[in-house]
Design a protein around this ligand. Structure first.
Ligand code: CU
Length: 91
């Protein structure tokens, strides 16, 4: 049984999976807030599948493959849009 290459292959494919990120944002109240935040996250060119939800006040996105968007970059982008990122989760 060639189990080792299989395990290594699985580990590799997990490591290159883009992280999903969820950010709690303070201050957004309407659709224009949603647009502003989406635009700033998009302009980092390190986030994709961006969704900003007004109901739960969260921004969600996946990191572009092999491009790590750090917590401080996320906070800076949200701040640039005029809001504050208070909690960042990766999973
Ligand atoms: Cu607004």
């Amino acid at each position: 049984m060639k189990i080792l290459p299989l395990i290594l292959g699985m580990m590799f494919s997990v490591s290159v999976l883009a992280a999903k990120v969820e950010v709690d944002v303070v201050g957004m109240t309407c659709g224009m807030c949603v647009e502003a935040i989406t635009k700033e996250l998009n302009s980092t060119e390190k986030a994709e599948n961006i969704t900003v939800n007004l109901d739960d006040k969260k921004a969600r996105f996946t990191e572009v493959k092999n491009k790590k968007l750090t917590d401080s970059e996320i906070k800076a982008a949200i701040k640039k849009a005029g809001y504050e990122a208070i909690k960042i989760r990766r999973y």
